[in-house]
Design a protein. Structure first.
Length: 299
């Protein structure tokens, strides 16, 4: 066998690895999307979103400028957005349900009523998101997508796979993560520690950790041994940052709705939002990713 033939065989093997990994995700995305529209089961919504996110991750590795597979990328991006709206509402509602149960068990009737009002408000928002998902997902995950996908598999994938080294991409993502981490450390040390800018930066750091985690998972077949532990490493980082982000989102959600809209007394409102602020700060103090030692005054 000639050197040229060996090189060609290696490239075909590499392309097949990419194709097998991505096609499995594609089938999962299509199946879960179909199931999600039957009764909006939260796990089906979650899995459809996760598989679309992994497909977006791999497409971004192969085609970082989103030029060769732009239309395909945009379809998955739009689907992920619609699925994400419903999924985020599901998670928020569930978290407030758990809080309401705890408040009732603790005899905190007014807090429980506040949470009941928040849950109702969020269920109304979720109903809107579900309607949009029901209207758009069949088009985004239908026959037109199948055509785009088959064209990508048959003609676009191989030349893209030949040009990209996932190990280089992982290193670039690591560098980007460390830069974002440095920005967060600077913001949370100074006077801006409680600012929107600081929490936005923390959110971006969490997204960077998620991208590393998803890349380590979805592209494991093409990664060198030194990156095999990255999925677990960045999963733990993502979880720590996610706890802070979730609590901050809860607080922002309450503030965006407003006390008057919920029909809640000022004392109950202040007590609950103050407790949430304390939880945000405690989560910040306990995280091991971005040191936060300054005594906070407000959020």
């Amino acid at each position: 066998m000639t050197v040229e033939q060996l090189a060609k065989d290696r490239q075909l093997s590499k392309t097949r690895q990419w194709e097998q990994a991505m096609h499995k995700l594609y089938i999962n995305f299509r199946d879960y999307s179909k199931d999600a529209l039957k009764n909006f089961d939260d796990e089906d919504i979650h899995q459809a979103r996760v598989n679309s996110r992994k497909l977006l991750t791999l497409l971004s590795i192969l085609d970082p400028d989103h030029s060769a597979a732009a239309e395909l990328y945009n379809v998955f991006k739009q689907a992920q957005k619609r699925l994400g709206k419903v999924r985020d509402a599901d998670v928020l509602i569930e978290s407030f349900k758990e809080r309401r149960k705890s408040a009732k068990e603790a005899g905190e009737a007014k807090t429980a009523e506040l949470l009941k009002a928040v849950i109702k408000h969020q269920k109304d928002k979720r109903k809107e998101y579900r309607k949009k998902l029901e209207a758009e997902l069949p088009k985004l995950a239908g026959k037109e997508l199948d055509g785009l996908w088959e064209a990508f598999r048959s003609s676009t994938l191989e030349p893209l796979a030949a040009k990209r080294d996932v190990n280089v991409v992982m290193r670039e993502l690591e560098v980007a993560f460390e830069q974002k981490k440095k920005t967060c450390k600077t913001l949370f040390k100074g006077a801006e520690a409680e600012s929107k800018e600081a929490f936005d930066a923390l959110h971006e750091l969490r997204i960077a950790a998620k991208e590393l985690r998803y890349t380590a998972n979805a592209a494991a077949f093409a990664l060198s041994q030194k990156f095999h532990a990255h999925e677990e490493i960045y999963r733990q980082i993502q979880e720590q940052l996610g706890e802070i982000n979730d609590k901050h989102v809860w607080l922002e959600t309450l503030n965006s709705i407003g006390r008057d809209e919920l029909g809640v007394g000022k004392k109950t409102w202040n007590e609950f939002t103050d407790a949430l602020r304390t939880e945000v700060l405690e989560a910040l103090h306990h995280n091991e990713v971005v040191p936060f030692t300054e005594k906070a005054k407000s959020l």
